[in-house]
Design a protein around this ligand. Structure first.
Ligand SMILES: [Zn+2]
Length: 350
């Protein structure tokens, strides 16, 4: 998961095409430069960019609500912004937010059809999710102090983590740098309609920094995405996904996302990403996928899909007499929302 180019590369018209890793760490991660073009606030006018897009904050009336960060501190959504110059901010609006808002305002079936039939739409959704993921963790210096109780983050060194972010940074600036993403660069993406349950918020965002999984619920549908698995998780899980024949409850969707995360975490080999810049091909981001998609042997795995599912369900499961029992069964992998005892899809019925 590294970009092997070692120097910052600047285009003839003065744009930074590629940030050398230390340049990226100094100016973007630790500094306050625009996270797209890299300009300093001393040189350009800044108006900063909402981490969760403003149109979503408006639609779900979130401006005054608070988001809980990985270290359990809370920030008001309206103040949850990252440094961005005025030019790049309005370009992000044009490139991402306008077309995405338009797409996601359509009735679910229409939107799903467009995503299925027009590859450029799902590619845009993928890059948009990468963008939200990147913004979420930019400046989040406590990211490494994840409260994951299994201590899985002890396997993620600082340098490794930032190299991973470096790749995501290359992806989210591709509209600015003109980088072409090879088809293998795109990760697993799953979309489905969500049935409404009383008392459950219609907006939800979850990500997992140690798997780079992102999940977003937007009203009557949800999207799950694994940023850097080159679709390996969806390939390994495709038989189960094919058995899902209807809309899901949010708990069923969490189960899909939990499986994606479990599979990504335990892939035996990972894709290596590279930025390739030269006069002949221009700038392209390529993915060197492992020859085979395999999981680590069971004895080398650090957890189960139940561990992930437990984390997600715990956040929203209402108080009820057997709440603790249900959560324990989920953690032990004894309870599924998706499948009945015969392994058939549990279709939600009112
Ligand atoms: Zn900028």
């Amino acid at each position: 998961m590294t970009d092997t180019t070692t120097k910052t590369i600047i285009s003839i018209d003065g744009r930074i095409l590629f940030f050398e890793l230390n340049h990226f760490l100094r100016d973007i991660v630790k500094g306050d430069c625009c996270f797209i073009c890299g300009a300093s606030p001393k040189d350009k006018q800044f108006n900063d960019e909402h981490v969760i897009p403003d149109w979503l904050l408006k639609r779900f009336k979130l401006h005054d609500k608070k988001i809980i960060l990985h270290n359990q501190t809370k920030i008001q959504y309206s103040k949850y912004k990252v440094p961005c110059c005025v030019d790049c901010n309005s370009e992000l609006g044009k490139q991402f937010e306008k077309p995405i808002q338009q797409l996601f305002s359509k009735p679910y079936n229409e939107m799903a059809k467009e995503i299925k039939e027009q590859p450029e739409k799902i590619e845009l959704v993928y890059r948009w999710l990468c963008l939200i993921y990147f913004k979420t963790h930019l400046k989040d210096t406590l990211l490494r102090a994840s409260l994951d109780k299994r201590g899985l983050n002890q396997f993620i060194g600082d340098a490794y983590t930032w190299e991973d972010f470096h790749h995501v940074h290359c992806l989210i600036r591709s509209h600015y740098t003109g980088a072409r993403l090879e088809p293998e660069v795109y990760g697993s993406v799953y979309v489905n309609r969500i049935v409404e349950l009383e008392g459950i918020e219609k907006f939800d965002y979850i990500d997992n920094p140690w798997t780079k999984g992102v999940m977003l619920r937007i009203g009557d549908f949800a999207i799950a995405c694994m940023i850097d698995d080159s679709t390996a998780s969806a390939s390994l899980y495709h038989q189960a996904l094919n058995k899902i024949t209807g809309a899901l409850t949010i708990y069923q969707f969490y189960e899909v996302f939990a499986n994606f995360n479990f599979l990504k975490l335990h892939l035996k080999q990972h894709t290596i990403y590279q930025s390739e810049i030269n006069r002949k091909v221009g700038y392209r981001i390529i993915a060197n996928r492992p020859e085979r998609i395999e999981l680590l042997p069971a004895e080398e795995r650090a957890g189960t899909h139940g561990d992930f599912l437990h984390l997600y369900v715990k956040r929203t499961l209402p108080n009820m007499d057997d709440r603790e029992k249900i959560l324990k069964e989920i953690e032990e992998g004894k309870r599924s929302f998706l499948w009945n005892e015969n392994g058939e899809f549990n279709e939600y019925k009112d």
